[in-house]
Design a protein around this ligand. Structure first.
Ligand SMILES: *[C@@H]1O[C@H](CO)[C@@H](O)[C@H](O)[C@H]1NC(C)=O
Ligand SMILES: *[C@@H]1O[C@H](CO)[C@@H](O)[C@H](O)[C@H]1NC(C)=O
Ligand SMILES: *[C@@H]1O[C@H](CO)[C@@H](O)[C@H](O)[C@H]1NC(C)=O
Ligand SMILES: *[C@@H]1O[C@H](CO)[C@@H](O)[C@H](O)[C@H]1NC(C)=O
Length: 394
């Protein structure tokens, strides 16, 4: 067989190494040993898929390709210890790693563009060096169930959906990310996780659970909802620059939270919900809030509630406290326009409970509350459940 016929044959079966080609047309290049990760083409037109076997082991270096037009997928190759590439600049599809039990480090120093990062159950992964500062744009990032304790060297500029969950050793996540166009989901990492987005100016949905702190100093607009739920070590929350949310503001079941402040927030186009944050006695962090396009539901151990600028509520207004809030109710009664039902009561032991499976469950406004809460947060909750948690980093 001539050399050219050998090349054709290899290309035809999509088996990989093609010498002296600047482009590899195979729809899938299969890598079955570390040596096969040296691929002699600048552009891989299809995907690179590693075999899920122990033969691909130790330090694996992907060398040669600058562009992978399809995916880079490695699943169940349990003996890989490190994964490195200094050539790969672009992955047109997914960068998917799953069940690589021995993988301790990922090092892709030239990577500038990848459509989707999906890293799940990498439970030895301790270090990631990734991307070029301020260049990398990723549509979707999900990092779940790893040993990462920092995301310091994971550099990106813009991310569509960023999900970081079940990374039990992650205690600090600071990222220079400037925008999250769709969703930020943080759930079930180390309970003391401190999350900081010093440069973030725009975000879609923010759904943060189980963190100690969340810092968003420059964030001005949220094109979805902001949900803070079960952040049991969080004592205070401040959104200093936020002026408007396209959907709801919802703060629920945060055991230690005693100070919440949205000093510039003028309007939420969804509802405003506080429920069962039992340490939050004074709710006075909304000095500029004028308009709530949904319902206002405030249930807690409040002694004082101040909403001095509020003059338009398009849904119901339901305030209930375990404590005496007669003075606050007298003030709140003065709100100009409340289109839905108005209720403001104190000294109700069940004030923290609401919705379909809690509390006295007797009144219609509970149903409305529940609809409002579930209506907004359900898709995000389902997404979290489906993947068992998410996480992302920068
Ligand atoms: C990888 O391993 C998991 C769990 O053992 C299994 O469910 C999955 O089917 C495997 N995937 C592949 C591509 O072999
Ligand atoms: C609000 O954002 C501006 C820049 O847009 C910044 O200069 C200012 O420090 C921010 N405010 C706070 C309280 O961080
Ligand atoms: C609550 O937080 C705001 C903003 O950080 C701060 O100005 C205010 O003093 C705090 N209030 C209390 C009672 O700690
Ligand atoms: C909130 O009020 C309920 C009902 O009175 C009470 O059982 C609970 O201990 C209070 N929580 C705090 C933190 O004071």
């Amino acid at each position: 067989m001539s050399v050219s016929r050998v090349l054709l044959a290899i290309t035809a079966i999509g088996a990989g190494v093609v010498s002296a080609q600047s482009s590899c047309k195979a729809s899938t290049i299969t890598v079955a040993s570390p040596a096969e990760a040296t691929i002699d083409c600048k552009t891989v037109q299809g995907s690179i898929v590693f075999e899920g076997s122990d033969d691909v082991s130790g330090a694996v270096v992907i060398s040669g390709p600058e562009t992978i037009e399809g995916d880079l997928i490695i699943k169940n190759a349990t003996a890989i210890q490190s994964l490195t590439s200094s050539t790969v600049e672009k992955i047109g599809g997914k960068f998917e790693l799953q069940g690589l039990r021995s993988l301790t480090s990922i090092d892709f120093t030239s990577l500038e563009e990848v459509s989707e990062i999906n890293w799940i159950t990498l439970n030895a992964l301790e270090s990631v060096t990734f991307g070029t500062d301020g260049v990398t744009t990723v549509k979707k990032v999900r990092i779940s169930d790893t040993f990462l304790n920092t995301l310091e060297n994971f550099k990106m500029k813009s991310v569509g959906t960023f999900q970081i969950d079940n990374n039990k050793f992650l205690t600090k996540w600071e990222t220079k990310l400037k925008e999250i166009t769709e969703s930020l989901i943080v759930a079930d990492n180390a309970g003391e996780l401190e999350v900081s987005f010093p440069l973030l100016t725009k975000a879609g949905d923010i759904d943060v659970r189980g963190v100690k702190s969340l810092s968003i100093p420059l964030l001005q607009e949220i094109s979805g909802s902001i949900l803070l739920t079960e952040n049991n070590e969080m004592k205070s929350f401040l959104a200093p620059n936020l002026t408007e949310t396209e959907q709801s503001v919802s703060v629920r079941n945060n055991d230690a939270l005693s100070n919440v402040s949205f000093p510039l927030l003028e309007r939420t186009r969804g509802g405003l919900t506080f429920q069962n944050n039992q340490k939050l006695e004074t709710l006075d962090g909304f000095p500029k809030l004028k308009t709530v396009d949904g319902a206002v539901v405030l249930r807690g151990n409040f002694t004082e509630i101040e909403l001095p600028s509020l003059n338009m509520v398009k849904g119901t207004f339901n305030v209930q406290s375990t404590e005496d809030i007669e003075d606050s109710c007298t003030e709140l009664k003065g709100i100009d326009h409340i289109e839905g039902k108005y209720k403001c009561v104190g000294e109700n032991e069940d004030a923290n409970q609401a919705g379909k499976n809690g509390g006295s469950g007797s009144s219609n406004d509970d149903e409305e509350d529940a609809a409002g809460l579930l209506g907004i947060s359900a898709p995000v909750v389902l997404a979290v459940a489906a993947i068992g948690g998410l996480l992302q980093l920068l």
